[in-house]
Design a binder for this molecule. Structure first.
Ligand code: PLP
Length: 428
């Protein structure tokens, strides 16, 4: 039941149109079933820990959407974003390839019997021992952006299929990457000369416009800059490049818009079908697929209508994305006063970031379970209900850059407890 009262202008609620039916009821039912099975008066320590619900059907829907918008671009999922095995297996079955950043990510993907051809080792600054390891596993594709890397590759993995990573203008992105990686266009000629002198096999160009970019002209510019590198190779007598890797940075909410820019740019600078296109999306594929539920374990009442709530997940756990990824997880009331509260995940809310005292009288701050004062999820939120110990929150869209970087700080184990559903297959 959607509470019409609660459909208000929440500054946190993004308004975008879903290209497919959302699976809110499936997710809600799974959260409910799990919580109903926990008796907080008698349960074993940690049984009430936070947990995820992962909708594997969402991955399939997102891939369909990808093929609709960017049919000529083969995705290599960025494993770092969420290395959950079931997610990797589902993506593998869909025919998605993989972007790995380290030896253990390569191992994880190879252990699923994925052909090494379907892996790109997309880290421009690799340890020599990892380069040697990639060589033993026949992982050929990798990126570089400096001459020193080329010397390591010549020594340890001379048959590599190399992508030169160029810097982009990521100044409008939420998470910038070009401050650390990518060569400037002014360095390209020197690097291409080094490739030629070392007789290495350059196959393509790669870039990443940063995550959460609000201005897609950077994508257009990066495709244009890539064309410059393709042309420079011909001018310098190097073999013609075959692949353009347009990186990651795609977001579900703006995918329609950003992929349109990509299509226009590719059509303009890479017309015809000679060049193959690939991408390294992470966030796009997993952000909306996972919902986190967390239990109110303690409460400090400050006044009649103000309290500090302590929950059993925080910035050292799955909500490290607040610090590392500039995310603002959106809390929703799931269980209060022996009742489950079902609200439409997308367009309504039962909590507000802005004060509206008449409807949302309870002011709360929400804190994680560690003893660090930094472990704060939100300093100010407004609720209809006066929550109590034992109540539950849920946080939608927490699949990207969350569990992957959780720490066991303060002795709280990393939360890997995940319930799987498939909204395309399961019955409601
Ligand atoms: N490729 C590389 C080289 C990256 O560093 C990242 C993220 O850090 C990604 C792909 C995935 O980016 P996103 O999750 O923004 O799509």
């Amino acid at each position: 039941v959607v509470d019409s009262d609660s459909i208000v202008n929440n500054s946190n609620t993004k308004s975008y149109k879903l290209p497919y039916e959302p699976a809110h009821e499936f997710i809600f039912n799974s959260l409910k079933k799990r919580i109903e099975s926990i008796n907080e008066d008698t349960c074993a320590p940690g049984e009430e820990n936070s947990f995820f619900v992962c909708d594997l059907g969402e991955l399939e829907k997102l891939y369909k959407n990808w093929k609709l918008e960017l049919p000529n671009v083969q995705p290599f999922y960025a494993v770092k974003c969420n290395p959950n095995e079931k997610i990797l297996q589902t993506l593998d079955q869909l025919g998605i390839n993989f972007d790995c950043a380290s030896k253990s990510e390569i191992d994880k993907v190879l252990s699923m019997n994925v052909d090494p051809e379907r892996i790109i080792y997309a880290n421009p600054c690799k340890a020599s021992s990892f380069i040697r390891y990639a060589q033993t596993k026949n992982v050929l594709k990798s990126t570089f952006d400096n001459v020193e890397e080329l010397h390591k590759i010549k020594k340890f993995h001379p048959n590599s299929e190399l992508f030169i990573r160029i810097a982009t203008d990521d100044s409008t992105a939420q998470c910038r990457l070009s401050t650390k990686y990518g060569c400037e266009l002014s360095d390209v000629e020197n690097l291409l000369q080094a490739v030629k002198d070392l007789d290495l096999n350059l196959v393509g160009v790669a870039f990443h416009v940063g995550s959460g970019a609000s201005d897609f002209t950077s994508l257009y510019q990066a495709v244009k800059d890539s064309r410059y590198v393709f042309d420079k190779c011909i001018e310098m007598g190097l073999p013609e490049l075959k692949i353009l890797d347009i990186g990651g940075g795609f977001q579900f909410e703006s995918f329609h818009e950003s992929s349109k820019v990509v299509r226009v740019a590719l059509e303009e600078y890479f017309p015809g079908d000679k060049v193959k296109f690939m991408a390294e999306p992470g966030r796009y594929f997993v952000s909306t697929a996972l919902t986190l539920a967390s239990n109110v374990i303690a409460k400090r009442t400050i006044s009649n209508n103000e309290a500090m709530l302590y929950i059993n997940d925080g910035v050292y756990g799955n909500m490290n994305c607040i610090l590392f990824d500039h995310q603002e997880p959106i809390p929703r009331i799931l269980y209060h006063n022996n009742e489950f509260h079902y609200y439409d995940f997308e367009s309504s809310t039962n909590m507000l970031k802005k004060n509206d005292v008449s409807k949302y009288p309870q002011k709360v701050s929400i804190w994680g379970p560690t003893c660090d004062g930094l472990d704060c999820i939100t300093k100010e939120y407004y609720l209809k209900h006066d929550l109590e110990v034992g109540d539950w929150f849920y946080f939608p869209n927490l699949g990207a850059y969350t569990s992957t970087a959780a720490t066991p700080f303060n002795g709280f184990q990393q939360h890997s407890d995940t319930l799987y559903i498939n909204s395309l297959k399961d019955a409601l």
